[in-house]
Structure formats: structure tokens, C-alpha cells
Design a protein around this ligand. Structure first.
Ligand SMILES: [Zn+2]
Length: 1154
């Protein structure tokens, strides 16, 4: 079998050892800017840039594209492109070519002979083949997260660096096809040391204005807090990335070749040259220097590169001949984006500036590419999980000091995640079979890489890598509330890794079968846990294969970069109970009927009932002391009359003080029955709050109304509260929807409403007949269809308090408050989306508040900075909006927020989505799409995802924060919550049937990897790098007087003794001292803060704008470090390669009695 051999070779190459001296230029050889054909001043310099755009999956899978299979779908084979291009470049030293996607290049490279490789080395050393971009794939910029972008650039560039050295180093970003461009991406490129960035797709109105005003090239500031270090030259290509019309010489094109035989009746040199000169002059009008970049290539072109080069050779030759003959000031030559950029720089133009981003992208008045922000929500969720696994295995490989050969599987996951960042992968704009292939790739990479976690957990637990593992550490599908291990065993271990460099608390929900469970922490403490039933809507997810009926919920306190295990056992009941009957009792009237039928109630049964955790109603008349002394609330079963199916159980609580205070010994079932009947009896459809009722136990409704000062006292019955130590949520009893969020110092109206847009359908023959599709969001109506909610029950226990609501439109929601956690969790199940009416639908959730945000909202840029958005407005041009809904959608990677003086509401998402704020006080997040028509941008399929024969069902979780906008501390915590929501703990479950608790408790079940970092600092990367370790420290604070954080790296990691560090660029392909920042003349200054400046004229009483009035100083390089004590400035990411010694953890003596 060939593959393993090749992969071993890949591994060897990536070790960082240069193969030969092939990578250094020889005498007379020049690469990089020195290899460029010199532009001449006073002439129009036409840079002919041959290129190919090779999607890492789109209409075909990665492999189908590479090998050129399924050419009936698209005639495209990347291996032939590279074969052919290398051969053609070799023919003539004047010819140039660029290559972009390292995923494809690497696939090709490892399959080449030594002879071909030597040729490629030569071409690279001589600057004839140049790499641009150079990441594993051409990054999407809307749905991607900055951590994954950095990772996939690091991975791609490392391959190029290890193989070709400095001559293989890309100098420009090449984002010619992504559907909109993010500000954070520009900031990252600047930090990686790129000199410039080229873009293909710009909003048609933006591009029109830029063409007219010669603003196609600009200096883009990536981050206000980072200042000029984040500035980047950015150029917009004239023809997106295609050749000028009529000049496509590819085998896939029909344009006429250049026919230069004068005796031929088809001789066309004069006409072709004149036409090309015309196109060139037309282009030059839009640019400020005497240089234009002409892209000569397109999707998967150059499979027969000779056709292109032969014709380009002639075009260049004859145009230059004509110029010489006629005295025209024009010169054509082979060039590259690097060489074009260098020529622009040498011309020393003064350029306009850009400070926001390029979202959303519209290609015509009805084509807003804002649907893809949400398309394929499960793919987007899975990609996010992939990142969690990748960070975890990188950390554990280093912290557990595992064998280096593990890097093989680590690299497989890096590659898969690199593919996922491609602008047709995470975007959801690929064909269905390609989406399945991405899932396959990522899933097998995760599965392979988790061997690292398993080894690490075993080694850390047993203090010895050679001990046979006690546990299997299985992944579960927790998003479907299913877990093969925990739901089939009575005893299991939950092992959790916290990838954050600070201590954290996270709710953990493990699917189980009904029963009583106890959860033990590593210190043998039995911790609070709660058994919660799994809602029908989750049980019915078509892809779910599970016998779990409940989840055991507990709050895990986790250490910074720590591994912690919890032992969970199911408690056998002393006395056999009829569980079937108990399930049956979920209908309270049946329960009472049963009680009445039963004359003898077994008082001892109370001993069997876990009052704290179980569903079981209290059956006896006396509460044993042990309960009354330490339990405040007893859960009992009740049933709201308005449950639609009449069988969903509901646990409410009764204040036990009622029992304690009365000191009545026979205050038992009879009394409960009386109370419950009083509260609920005969009033179906009008659920009543227990809490309220207890306040007036002996009064009738009418009496209460008369006694109350509040005129709307009746309505108080129609609501109840979820509550924890941070807040109370007022819930409408009828619908189960929240109405208010009550904090100690303020109350905010908050309603959560699912609705859907119906997608436009047309035949796409003109813009008014555009369909909503994988790329395009185009709703048919001005208002969405609102879905009606029905209360589906409330659960309260000692860990979580939740209310559920169901609908007739396949939307199910749960709202939760956890003990000790300062956010609201909104868990929802959506789908299958009904298409029986032949109408595609796009599901949204609206968070409706009384926050007076005055048309302003904030969305994040790849998860790292928040950008101000103003409804119906763009900062760079006067907007004409034919699509007022779709045109106000923006990408959200982690967060969308609105604020006024008193409240700031932030929604944190568990995956990338599209979102907006269309009405005052409102946040709208699109969560699912099912469409029946293609939008005619190439994918050729409707976005109609199905699973197991029905429409795809998704489950998601949003976290809702209510922040005091005047409180800086809370604003910093918000940032921390965002990072924590992105890097959630990773959970594994192991069967422990054969491992007694006594064995487990003697293992090392609590590993702490790092001392918690100070507030403001995030450990973005910990990754093995040959015999070194790669460390990225990120300061997540906004700039202020005390935002610089110092940290001593010699005293951070518990098991790594850092000996020395050396700083590199963000993508680790050059030392930081080798980076030279180009300085450009700017037409205008940057604002200190885009967010403060944008709209300042728009809203004159903008007292809500957070403007401290302080001038932010421009930083000049890094603050001075002192050895291993490094300073990280606001918003900075600093990247170090470190030498270190491994210090084995100090552990309990090894447990050998097994
Ligand atoms: Zn593309």
C-alpha cells in the first residue's frame, strides 16, 4: 500500500530539516521581489498574472478535484494543472505562475519524482513559481474563527517553509473568491507579515464607487487597538479574478487564440492586440499608479497550460512590438501579485484608507450573499467542535509529553481543519455529496487524533504511559443527548479537558437511562447533580440513536488547561419499585388516582426516593430529618393543563418550609393533593404559579385580587420565575416564553421568539427573479412568520432550572438558568423544516428587548473584535438597499450585541450564523435554512439538507448575557465568556463497570496544566513544534492605560520549564526581527476608533457611544520584554517558539492494586 509510505515521507518533510541545499538561491538566482521584471515609469505597466483558482472542494470533493474524477460534474483535475504548469514554466524563464492552496500543492508534491521536485525547487528559487496566500485553503472570512484561520495559515506556510525556505514564503494574501472580507482577517495577515492583500469580490455598489473614485487600492487598518501594526495594503482586482473578456486561452474557454500567420485568413494579431490595449487602458483609469494587474486564469484552469502560455507569450510579444512601433506607452510582461505590489510600492502612491470591513457582499441589487452565513448549520457546528478537539490534542501532546510520532495524527486533524476553512466548506456552499465528504474527513481526523487525548488521559491518570489503559475515553454525541457508554452502564467515568488557561465552571449533561445517580469529584466529594428528562423533541432527532431518557446534569469546576475525571454511579434501589408505574405517573391525575386506590402507603419508600434529584413525588406523611434539615425544596410532579400531548412531565417544587413550619406530623400526601388540586384543579389551560400561591395559601383568587394593590394581580398568576443567584427570569405560563430578565439592579424586557422567513423563488433569469439559496438570502415578505409557543413544562432542581416550550412548527426551545452561572442558556431544536407547501424556509430567533439601541448593533469579526453596524447604512458609501432584510445581515462568528445606557444584551452563538437587528431593541439570529431552489451561483443544487429521509434537524445553544455597559469589569468578563463559549470543555465518557470506585479514586484524576493566566490574557496556542513548543499569548483587552499585561513564562506551565523563547510572526514562518513593515502615504488619517467614529454624525445625541475621549497612542513595536517576562499589549497576539524541559507531574503514588 502506497499511502502509509507517502505519509511517512510527509512526516519526515515536516520535521523542519531542509532536504538539501535546494532551498537557497544559487549564484545569479533571485526569488521574491528581486526576481520581478522591473516596471518602467512613464509607461502603463501591464502585469500579466497567470493563475488558477482551485477550490479545496466545491462541486466535487477534494480528491475528485485533485484526480480529475467525475469530470461530468466539472472538468477539473488539479494534478494535471500542476504537472502541466511546471512543464510550461520550465520551457521559458520569462513565464511566471502563482499557486495558492497548499492542501492541493502538498498532495501533488508528495507524489512527484525527485527529478520533478528538483525542477520545482529551481523554479521557486528563481521566482518563476511563486506562492501567494499559502494557507492550506483559501480561507472563508465570514464563518471562520481567527484561531482556525491562524492554525491553517501556520500549517500551510510551514509546509512551504520547510520545503522551499525563504523563496517559498508568500508575501501577499490572495482572497480572490471569498464572498466578503473581514477586518480581523486583514489584521491577522498583517501580523503574519504579509505585505499586501488582493480581493476579488466586493459589493457591487462599493466597487462601482471605488472604480469611479480610483479607490481600488487602499490601506486597510485591521484593528484600532493594534494601530499601524495592523495596517495592510489592500487591492481590489478589476475582473474579480478572471481574464479580460475575450482573452481566456484555457482549454475550458472558447475565446479565439492569437493567430499570427499573416498568410492565414484568420490572422488576428492586430485586432487582438488593439482590443487588449483598450482593455488595459480601461482598467488603468481605476488605479493610481502606472501599474495594472491582469489576472489570466480562472477556476481550475491551466490543465493544459501550454494553451495559455503560448497565447500569452504572443500577446505580450505583439503588444510590446506594437507599442515600440507606434510609440505607445504600454508594456506587457509576465508578473505575479508580489511583483505587482512591489511596483505599486515603488511608485509611492498616496492611498485612501479603510477601517471597517467588506460585509455584507452583494453582487447585484437582489443578490445579498448573507444566506451562507447560516447555510449548513450542522457543518458549521461540527467545524467548531473540530477546533476544540484540535486545540485539546495539541495541548495534551505537549503537556503529557507524548511520543513524537503522534504528530502524524495531529497533522491529519490540522489538515482536515484547514480544508474546513475553505470558502466552500465552512460556508456551506458546496454540493451535498461534498458536504458529506468534508464531514467524513473531519470525523475520521478527529477520531484518529483523539488517540492523543486517550494516551494523555491514561498516562496522567496512572502516572505511567506504559500501564494498560483502564478506560476507553469515548466521544459522545452530546448535541443529540446520546452517549453509548453512559446510557448502557451503571458506572462510568466522565473525563473533561478544559482548554482555557483559566479555571472555569461548565454545566455538563451526560445522557443516561432513568435512575438515581451519584457524581463524585476527584476529591471523593459527592457533588450536586440533577436528573433531567430528555425532551421528546430531542429524542425524536432523526439521526439520534440512543436509549437515553434523561441527562445527569452537574456543574464541573475545571482547572486551567486541566484534565478532571468524575465518577458517576447508578444507585441500586433498596426496594424494587415499579418504574413502569412511576413513568406512568408522569400524568398527575393518574398519579392521584393511583394513590387513592392504594390504601396502604409504604412510608419507608421515602428512603428510596432521592428527593433532591428524582422525579418521584413524595409519598409518605413524614419527612425524615435528613431531608428537612438540608433540603429547601422538594421536587414533585405536576402537570400543566396546557401540555399539548398531555404526557410530558413537569417538575415543580414545593417550599418545604411549609411543612417544617406547621410541624404537623400527618402533613402528607393528602395535604399535597389538596394543595395541588387547589392550584391546578379544574383550571386546565391556566397554569398557576406555586410560588405565588404559597404566599396566599388560604385566600381565594378573588380575595387575593381585592387584597392586592396591584391592579393586574390576576396576570401575576400567569407567570412564574426561573431564578438563580444572579438573576430572575419572568416566564409567561401559557407560552413558556420569557418576558423579563430581572437583575439585582435593573430589569430588562426580553422575549425570545422563533419565526421563519419564506424564501423567494424565481428562475434567476434576471435579478428580480432571484431565488433564496445556499449563498443568497432573499425573503419574500417584509415580516417573518411568527411561531406560536406553548409551555411544555418546567424543571427545577439543585443544579438547573429550566422551562420548555413547544410549537406546531417543529421548533422546540428550552430556557435554562444554572446554579452559579451568570448567563441564560437558550437550547433549541429546529426541524425538520416543513416543505409540504413547496416553500423554502429560513428559521430565525428574535431576542426582543427594550434596549434602546437606536439602529446600532455590534457583530464580531471572526470572533475577535466587535464592529459597529448601523441599520440600512454603510460607512463607505451611500447605500441603496433593494433588500432591506438580507442587506442588513452580517456574519456572526461568536457574538452579536446591542446596548443603551443601562443594558447591553449579547447573544453568544455555538457556531457561525448570520444575524442582524432590524427593529429597535431586537437581535435576530438565523439558525436554520431549508430551500427548494438554487440561487444560480454555481452550486446547482437547492440547499435542502435531509437526514434519514426527512429534513435536517438541528440543535443549538445560545448564551444570553445581560451586561452593565458602564461596568468595565463586566465588559471584560463578556470577552472572557465569549472565549469560553468558543473553547468549551471537551468531554469523554468511559465505561467503569469493571473499575471499582476505590480504584478510580486512587488515580490522578485532577491534572492542572497551567497556573491561571491573569485577567486579560488568553493562551491561544500551545502546540508541539519539533523539539520546541509553540506558544501564542493573546491579550483580549481593549486598549486602556493599564491594558498591557506582563507574564513570566518561566513560571506558568506546571510541567514545562521554559528555558528560552524566540518570537516569530503570527504564522511562525519568520522571526519577528526579520519582518519589515512597509509604510505607505495615506490620503487621510485613521480614526482612533472606527466604532466611535462611525455614525457619530448619524446620531447626534449619541450619549450611548462609549467614547472615553482619550487619544489612543500609536504603538511602535512591542513593549520591552525582560527575558522570559513578556509584555502583551491590548489586542496583541504574540507568538513564541520556546525551548523547554519537561517536568513530570507530581502525582499520587501509583495505584498498583488493580
Ligand atoms: Zn472558490
Amino acid at each position: 500500500m502506497l499511502l502509509p509510505l507517502l505519509l511517512i515521507y510527509v512526516l519526515k518533510l515536516s520535521s523542519g530539516v531542509p532536504l538539501t541545499d535546494d532551498i537557497s538561491p544559487r549564484r545569479g538566482e533571485k526569488c521574491g521581489y528581486e526576481s520581478c521584471t522591473q516596471a518602467e515609469s512613464g509607461l502603463l505597466n501591464v502585469h500579466i498574472v497567470p493563475h488558477t483558482h482551485d477550490d479545496v472542494g466545491w462541486l466535487k470533493t477534494v480528491d475528485q478535484y485533485y484526480y480529475g474524477s467525475r469530470n461530468n460534474i466539472q472538468k477539473a483535475g488539479v494534478q494535471y494543472i500542476l504537472d502541466s504548469v511546471i512543464q510550461e514554466l520550465w520551457q521559458d524563464p520569462k513565464r511566471r505562475f502563482i499557486y495558492v492552496e497548499t492542501a492541493f500543492f502538498w498532495k501533488w508534491w508528495v507524489r512527484q519524482t525527485e527529478e520533478i521536485r528538483q525542477k520545482v525547487h529551481t523554479l521557486v528559487r528563481q521566482g518563476r513559481l511563486q506562492f501567494v496566500g499559502g494557507a492550506w485553503s483559501m480561507n472563508d472570512e465570514a464563518a471562520s474563527h481567527y484561531q482556525s484561520t491562524i492554525d491553517q495559515f501556520t500549517w500551510g506556510l510551514r509546509k512551504l517553509n520547510d520545503t522551499f525556505g525563504p523563496c517559498g514564503m508568500p508575501k501577499v494574501g490572495w482572497q480572490i473568491d471569498p464572498f466578503g472580507h473581514s477586518r480581523e482577517f486583514a489584521s491577522l495577515l498583517a501580523a503574519m507579515g504579509y505585505d499586501g492583500l488582493f480581493l476579488g469580490r466586493l459589493d457591487y455598489q462599493d466597487k462601482g464607487a471605488r472604480l469611479a473614485q480610483k479607490r481600488m487600492e487602499m490601506i486597510w487598518r485591521g484593528d484600532d487597538d493594534l494601530g499601524n501594526s495592523s495596517d495592510l495594503f489592500t487591492g481590489v482586482l478589476f475582473n474579480t479574478y478572471s481574464p479580460p473578456p475575450g482573452f481566456c486561452f484555457d482549454v475550458l474557454c472558447d475565446d479565439e487564440p492569437i493567430i499570427d500567420d499573416p498568410s492565414s485568413p484568420m490572422f488576428n494579431v492586430d485586432a487582438r492586440v488593439s482590443a487588449f490595449i483598450g482593455k488595459s487602458l480601461q482598467m488603468s483609469v481605476a488605479y493610481r499608479t502606472d501599474n495594472i494587474l491582469v489576472t489570466m486564469g480562472d477556476d481550475f484552469q491551466y490543465q493544459e497550460a501550454g494553451m495559455w502560455f503560448k497565447n500569452l507569450d504572443k500577446l505580450i510579444e505583439y503588444t510590446n512590438m506594437k507599442a515600440a512601433k507606434d510609440g505607445l506607452n504600454i508594456k506587457l510582461f509576465y508578473s505575479t501579485p508580489d511583483c505587482y505590489l512591489k511596483a505599486v510600492k515603488d511608485a509611492n502612491p498616496t492611498l485612501p484608507t479603510k477601517q471597517d470591513d467588506f460585509f455584507p457582499y452583494a453582487s447585484d441589487p437582489t443578490a445579498y450573499w448573507t444566506g451562507y452565513f447560516t447555510s449548513r448549520p450542522t457543518t458549521k457546528y461540527f467545524e467548531r467542535q473540530g477546533n476544540g478537539y484540535l486545540q485539546m490534542v495539541k495541548h495534551l501532546q505537549v503537556m503529557a509529553n507524548l511520543e513524537q510520532h503522534n504528530e502524524f495524527v495531529l497533522n491529519e486533524l490540522k489538515s482536515a481543519m484547514g480544508v474546513m476553512q475553505h470558502h466552500d466548506a465552512i460556508t456551506g456552499t458546496e454540493k451535498q455529496h461534498v458536504a458529506h465528504d468534508y464531514e467524513r474527513l473531519l470525523n475520521s481526523a478527529i477520531e484518529d487524533a483523539t488517540i492523543i487525548a486517550r494516551q494523555a488521559f491514561n498516562k496522567l491518570a496512572q502516572d505511567d504511559a506504559s500501564e494498560p489503559p483502564l478506560f476507553a475515553y469515548e466521544r459522545c454525541r452530546l448535541n443529540e443527548s446520546s452517549c453509548a457508554v453512559s446510557e448502557t452502564t451503571n458506572q462510568f467515568v466522565v473525563t473533561i479537558y478544559n482548554p482555557l488557561a483559566w479555571d472555569t465552571k461548565e454545566p455538563i449533561r451526560i445522557p443516561v437511562k432513568f435512575g438515581k445517580y451519584e457524581v463524585f469529584a476527584p476529591n471523593a466529594e459527592k457533588i450536586d447533580s440533577q436528573l433531567v428528562d430528555i425532551p421528546e423533541a430531542v429524542k425524536n432527532i432523526p439521526t439520534r440513536k440512543s436509549e437515553a431518557t434523561h441527562e445527569i446534569v452537574f456543574i464541573a469546576k475545571l482547572h486551567a488547561m486541566g484534565v478532571k475525571s468524575f465518577f458517576v454511579k447508578k444507585i441500586n434501589q433498596k426496594r424494587k419499585r415499579d418504574t413502569r408505574k412511576n413513568d406512568y405517573y408522569t400524568n398527575i391525575s393518574d398519579y392521584w388516582k393511583n394513590i387513592r386506590d392504594k390504601t396502604n402507603i409504604d412510608i419507608q419508600n421515602i428512603e428510596d426516593v432521592d428527593i433532591k434529584n428524582s422525579y418521584f413525588p413524595i409519598r409518605d406523611s413524614v419527612l425524615p430529618d435528613k431531608y428537612s434539615s438540608n433540603i429547601d425544596n422538594i421536587p414533585i410532579l405536576v402537570n400543566y393543563g396546557n401540555n399539548i400531548d398531555g404526557k410530558v412531565n413537569v417538575v415543580k417544587e414545593i417550599d418545604i418550609d411549609l411543612l417544617k413550619d406547621k410541624k404537623i406530623t400527618d402533613y402528607g400526601v393528602g395535604e399535597f393533593e389538596r394543595i395541588i388540586k387547589e392550584v391546578y384543579g379544574g383550571k386546565s389551560g391556566e397554569g398557576r404559579s406555586f410560588d405565588r400561591r404559597w404566599s396566599y395559601p388560604s385566600l381565594s383568587e378573588d380575595e387575593m385580587r381585592m387584597l392586592s394593590d396591584e391592579p393586574r394581580v390576576v396576570e401575576r398568576y400567569d407567570e412564574f420565575y426561573l431564578e438563580n443567584e444572579f438573576m430572575k427570569l419572568r416566564i409567561d405560563n401559557e407560552t413558556g416564553q420569557i418576558t423579563h430578565m430581572i437583575l439585582p439592579d435593573r430589569t430588562t424586557n426580553l422575549k425570545i421568539q422563533f419565526s421563519y422567513w419564506t424564501g423567494c423563488y424565481g428562475d434567476n433569469t434576471n435579478t428580480t427573479l432571484r431565488s433564496s439559496g445556499a449563498y443568497i438570502f432573499r425573503p419574500k415578505t417584509k415580516d417573518p412568520y411568527k411561531i406560536a409557543y406553548k409551555n411544555n413544562g418546567t424543571i427545577k432542581g439543585n443544579v438547573v432550572y429550566e422551562v420548555r416550550a413547544t410549537t406546531n412548527e417543529n421548533a422546540f426551545t428550552t430556557l435554562r438558568l444554572y446554579k452559579d452561572l451568570n448567563f441564560v442558556e437558550h437550547d433549541f431544536v429546529i426541524g425538520p423544516i416543513n416543505i409540504n407547501d413547496n416553500v423554502g424556509k429560513e428559521y430565525i430567533v428574535r431576542y426582543e428587548t427594550d434596549v434602546n439601541n437606536k439602529d446600532v448593533f455590534y457583530t464580531d469579526s471572526n470572533g475577535r473584535q466587535l464592529l459597529k453596524r448601523i441599520l440600512n447604512k454603510r460607512s463607505d458609501w451611500n447605500l441603496t438597499l433593494a433588500e432591506p432584510i438580507a442587506g442588513n445581515y452580517y456574519p456572526v462568528t461568536n457574538e452579536i450585541a446591542i446596548e443603551d445606557n443601562n443594558n447591553r444584551i449579547a447573544i453568544l452563538t455555538d457556531r457561525s450564523v448570520g444575524a442582524t437587528s432590524l427593529n429597535n431593541g431586537e437581535l435576530e439570529v438565523m439558525v436554520h435554512r431549508r430551500l427548494l431552489h438554487d440561487d444560480a451561483f454555481g452550486v446547482g443544487e437547492a440547499l435542502n439538507e435531509t437526514a434519514n429521509g426527512v429534513g435536517l434537524v438541528i440543535r443549538g445553544v445560545h448564551r444570553i448575557l445581560n451586561i452593565d455597559p458602564k461596568n468595565d469589569e463586566e465588559l471584560i468578563l463578556e470577552r472572557k465568556y465569549v472565549i469560553a463559549n468558543h473553547l468549551k470543555p471537551v468531554v469523554f465518557v468511559s465505561n467503569a463497570e469493571n473499575v471499582p470506585y476505590e480504584t478510580w479514586i486512587n488515580l490522578n484524576n485532577c491534572f492542572k496544566g497551567i497556573k491561571p493566566l491573569p485577567l486579560g490574557l488568553h493562551l491561544l496556542t500551545l502546540e508541539p513544534w519539533d523539539d520546541k513548543v509553540l506558544i501564542r499569548l493573546e491579550n483580549y483587552l481593549e486598549k486602556s492605560d493599564n491594558s498591557t499585561i506582563e507574564i513570566d513564562l518561566s513560571d506558568v506551565f506546571n510541567n514545562l520549564k521554559i528555558k528560552s523563547i524566540r518570537e516569530t510572526s503570527l504564522a511562525v514562518n519568520r522571526w519577528v526581527g526579520e519582518m519589515e513593515k512597509w509604510v505607505w502615504n495615506k490620503e487621510n488619517d485613521f480614526s482612533d476608533s472606527f466604532n466611535n467614529a462611525y455614525g457619530a454624525d448619524y446620531d447626534n445625541n449619541s450619549d450611548w457611544v462609549k467614547n472615553d475621549g482619550k487619544l489612543k497612542h500609536e504603538d511602535n513595536g512591542n513593549a520591552k520584554d525582560d527575558g522570559l517576562k513578556v509584555k502583551v499589549e491590548a489586542k496583541q497576539i504574540r507568538t513564541f517558539l520556546a525551548d523547554y524541559d519537561y517536568i513530570p507531574p507530581i502525582t499520587k503514588s501509583k495505584f498498583k492494586n488493580f
